[in-house]
Design a protein around this ligand. Structure first.
Ligand code: ADP
Ligand code: MG
Length: 613
């Protein structure tokens, strides 16, 4: 039988190899940005059309390429960054495999214009699927300009499996964020379909984080810094209270290279141990500097995985360093304020931040605060009288399924309350138990109020009422806040934007998936960032969709759940009295809209039985 084994032609070999390195437009973005960095660029521009499907362009002002190098650059295993196997253990550049440009050229139309500083004219090279179609000299600024068009034009199967533009763009943004966060000393810009998405001048790491992740980070970043013989750890972690329900701002860089490591994530998470709830993710922007001899970045072609010589030690250092940073932070905030930081930021609007660099300034408002008026002004008894009235007027015919439940279960309470209320005096002091419950004496014994459930109920009824009011109370933002959402959330947000604004937000669309907020309902918790709040509302709104509640009902619930006082918040006497009063001013005080009991009562009889048993 004849021999059947043949060498693959270069073009096919390159296409196959390209599959390893270039999976989607964002892979091209990553490779081109890294090349621009390696070339010593100080100003790097990324220009995208149609989420990279039509074109991806990166322009740098780096060292450029000679006439020969510009051709060599597209050969497989052609690199200027290493010359021997030993160099693999001392890598200081982002690239070193010499595969990226060869791969890109195999599956796209590439035009490169590059000029070295000491040359008059730039070299231009056009390649289509590994074939050089043009090489000449042109006028150009110094540095390199790479344009990659029609990605996967000759691999239809791959092109077909590209996701929608918003999804591909999200991936591109992720890569862009990783590169710009690791290089605050370099200026970047990004355009998509003619719009400038980012303009990031050279700056400090802190300001770069704020530039990328949002102004709200200004008050939320705790610096981390530790130097040992093996590793230097620097960067920032987000305060525990700022942790989000959705994953997003978790970055670990090793020698400026973004890496993914569940192991190290676990170490960081461990440092936050008791400080955050299970379902939230603290943010971090951490930089590990390690002697390249002690790591192996050669594990994966796209190089987001890494092997450390002593992973356990790095794990421990990281954990201890962050714990230390968080500890330092909480000690210094105690010294600074003398009181619970949460408490200060929650209730003292004018005093919300002592950080001079505050970007997100809220204008103090003179309008009345209809939603969060905790300061207890009326005599205690007044509230209780209202309780009595409202108990009797509970609307039994309400259509809302959860409210119906409330009223049925409520009947039992109504009985005991009717009796208790007849003898409430004005000077009973409420007591807060474990920052969760308010304890209050009633005639028949005692009442325990769940502060979170109760406040959620109060806000929910307030917000629901707001929809029918013509006058809205908004608190204007001095600087409008932009909120970037993922495409799915952005679509929901667009759909219900009118209703969101009917609650007192002043929010409008601002380009694709971005919204700008000029005002928020008066009385919102200032310690929570507006972007975070909007995301929370949309998360809850999406979760609630299965209940088919109607937009207003759903939104009122979502905002109430997102913005209510949570467990763990210290309350003073006035605030507790305010909650008690307002809760029993509610139409249905028994349960929170999400179905939790707002209060329970314990009878004296029951207490005495327990003592005597
Ligand atoms: P690697 O980055 O791993 O070396 P690439 O295929 O990405 O491999 O690039 C090949 C070579 O092309 C690089 O080693 C570098 O010499 C040159 N090169 C690529 N991009 C640029 C650029 N923007 N400016 C200057 N030289 C570049
Ligand atoms: Mg490269």
């Amino acid at each position: 039988m004849a021999d059947i084994i043949r060498l693959l032609p270069d073009s096919i070999a390159n296409q196959i190899a390209a599959g390893e390195v270039i999976q989607r437009p964002s892979s091209v973005v990553k490779e081109l940005l890294e090349n621009a960095l390696d070339a010593g660029g100080t100003l790097i521009q990324l220009i995208i059309k149609d989420a990279g499907k039509t074109s991806i362009q990166v322009i740098d002002n780096g060292k450029g390429m000679s006439e020969t190098d510009i051709r060599m650059a597209f050969e497989r295993h052609a690199t200027s960054k290493i010359t021997s196997a030993n160099d693999l253990f001392a890598i200081k550049t982002m690239g070193f495999r010499g595969e990226a440009l060869a791969s890109i050229a195999a599956i796209a139309h590439v035009e490169t214009i590059s000029r070295m500083p000491d040359e008059d004219l730039a070299n231009r090279l056009c390649i289509e699927g590994t074939e050089i179609t043009k090489q000449d000299k042109v006028q150009s600024a110094g540095g390199t300009n790479m344009i990659v068009k029609n990605l996967f034009y000759n691999v239809p199967a791959r092109r077909k499996f590209l996701k929608s533009d918003p999804v591909e763009l999200r991936q591109i943004l992720d890569e862009f964020h990783r590169v710009v966060l690791a290089n605050p000393d370099i200026s970047f810009s990004m355009h998509h379909n003619g719009n400038e998405v980012y303009h990031l001048p050279k700056t400090t790491l802190k300001l770069r984080i704020i530039g990328v992740a949002g102004k709200n980070y200004n008050e939320q970043l705790v610096p981390v810094s530790e130097q040992t013989d093996v590793v230097t750890i620097s960067g920032f972690v987000g305060k525990a209270e700022a942790a989000k329900r959705t994953q997003g701002d978790q970055f670990i860089f090793v020698n400026k290279r973004f890496i993914k490591s569940n192991y190290l994530n676990h170490a960081i998470r461990g440092a936050f141990e008791d400080l955050v709830a299970k379902e939230v993710y603290p943010s971090y922007f951490l930089f590990l500097d390690i002697d390249p001899a002690n790591i192996d970045i050669n594990v994966h072609p796209t190089k987001t995985e890494i092997k450390f010589e002593d992973e356990r030690m790095i794990y421990n250092y990281l954990r201890v360093t962050i714990k230390h940073a968080l500890g330092q932070y909480s000690i210094s905030s105690l010294i600074d304020f003398g009181v619970d930081q949460n408490f200060v930021s929650k209730f003292s609007k004018g005093n919300q931040s002592t950080d001079n660099a505050t970007v997100n300034v809220h204008q103090t408002t003179t309008s009345p605060d209809p939603l969060l008026n905790y300061r207890h002004t009326a005599k205690d008894t007044k509230g209780w009288e209202e309780v009595y009235k409202s108990m009797v007027s509970v609307d039994q015919t309400t259509e809302n399924p959860i409210s119906v439940l409330d009223t049925i279960e409520g009947e039992a309470y109504q009985m005991s309350l009717d009796e208790s209320l007849s003898d409430v005096t004005s000077n009973k002091t409420p007591y807060q138990l474990h920052k969760n419950y308010i304890i209050y004496q009633i005639k028949s014994g005692m009442m325990m109020i769940d502060q979170q459930a109760a406040h959620e109920r109060i806000l929910y009824e307030n917000y629901l009422a707001t929809f029918s009011k013509t006058q809205k109370f908004s608190q204007k933002e001095l600087f409008p806040i932009t909120v970037d959402l993922d495409p799915a959330k952005a679509a929901i947000c667009k759909k219900i934007l009118d209703k969101i604004n009917a609650l007192g937000f002043e929010m409008s669309e601002f380009g694709q998936n971005t919204f700008v907020v000029h005002g928020t309902p008066v009385g919102l918790d200032n310690s929570v960032s507006v972007g975070y709040l909007i995301e929370e509302i949309l998360n809850k709104y999406t979760e609630n969709l299965e209940f088919e509640l109607g937009i207003e009902e759903n939104l009122a619930r979502s905002l109430a759940a997102s913005s209510c006082i949570k467990h763990g918040r210290t309350l003073d006497k006035d605030e507790m009295n305010g909650i008690i009063d307002q809760l029993f001013g509610c139409v249905v005080p028994f349960k929170s809209p999400s179905g939790k009991k707002c209060f329970i009562t314990i009878e004296l009889d029951e207490l005495s039985k327990r003592f005597n048993s």
